[in-house]
Design a protein around this ligand. Sequence first.
Ligand SMILES: *Cc1c(COP(=O)(O)O)cnc(C)c1O
Length: 458
Amino acid sequence: MASLRLRDLPALHRALTEPDVEALLRHYPQDLVHDALREALSALRKRVQAGEIVSPQEAQPATLAARARDALAWLERPSLRGVLNATGVVVHTNLGRAPLAAAAAKAAHEAAARYVDLEYDLEAGARGSRQDHLEPLICRLTGAEAAVVVNNNAAAVLLVLATLARGREVVISRGELVEIGGSFRIPDVMAESGAVLREVGTTNRTHLKDYRSAIMPETAAILRVHPSNFRQVGFTARVRGEELAAVAKEAGVLFLEDLGSGAILPIGDEPTVRDVLESGADVVTMSGDKLVGGPQAGLVLGRRDLIERLRGAPLYRVLRPDKMTVAALAETIRLYLRGEAATVPVYAMLTADPRVLRRRAQALRRRLLRLGVESDLVPLSGRAGGGAMPESPLASFGVALRAGPPDALHERLRGGDPAVVGRIEDDRVVLDVRTLLPQEDAPLARAVAAACAAVRQS
Ligand SMILES: *Cc1c(COP(=O)(O)O)cnc(C)c1O
């Protein structure tokens, strides 16, 4: 077959006048089309120079235009791709943590594309606060006296320490100097806030007397941090919140608790927000998108006078949430208040009955079989994730795919549309049904069938 020579390649300016290219120009800005064409031509040139046989067809304007169109496809694709989470990890930080309840997503969507009364009191015709949309709901739900919401829980901890303890000491147990992941480390956040870390106790045991003897005139607060993503076992001692609250009160310092995940309703062995507030904490910080199952946010709950100081702090302005977050969080909390927590996906997934999951996995297995994919029903052990219940595996069910090799199949699954992320166990790809949304079984089965077919062919 005759190969193209360099001089057979069309010049860019000539290619631009071809009808196929003109069609592209009507659709995309000129410089993007130029760049895409230039790259398509340069790729051809390189192949010719490398001595490859390149058919004349490939230098046709229609072919070049098609190449350019492919190259411009990224402009049409959304940046975030949908993922079917078959990992069994409910609050999966890499996969965006909590999928919102439909009502919460709708509220965010509606707030996004229009003007809303975010900071405007429609009755008074005067300026309002975005926090007024959230505070009464949060207080009603948790029993807190006051509340303020910021961008995430890391921001909440920073705001609390910087505003209430800058330049003064904060007493914390050596067993609670935790790293949450994604570079949130208590000592680092403390340093960033300008508060001075005062460690007490030992790694495994800290007693009330350790706290007591550490409190000095320069002490601003005692901080208790929830061991979110680990548990200590063996010869350990941790002081209860009630006792710390009493010591703090007696010494005239604040008692702060970073709860992290923050369960609204009882879930596993996680303390509920209400219990922690009732134990006497002056300020509690927690995430909106962990066990609450709302949007990314940090909730600060507690004493009215302290929350007012946080709201007035310069740093608050840097950390405040946007209107979509306000809308989604308010709606999520309303779902809890209305007794509709079962419609909050994270809550539903965390409390799913293993017998129901088993039936669902069976149905998925049959669905896959109808598409020619063989699999086995397998018991699995899921996790809450997001720094909650690290030692309480969630008894779950799923399917183990018989097609292999597992790494190649998993790669195909991740590259599919929608992408599927599962786990590899005992040399097989396993898909846990716990973390699939109710409407995702059918698209999952189709994506798995397509990936299995692709692996078989390669
Ligand atoms: C998760 C967590 C944080 C950080 O919260 P983000 O919402 O991820 O910013 C801080 N403290 C504790 C104890 C946590 O579990």
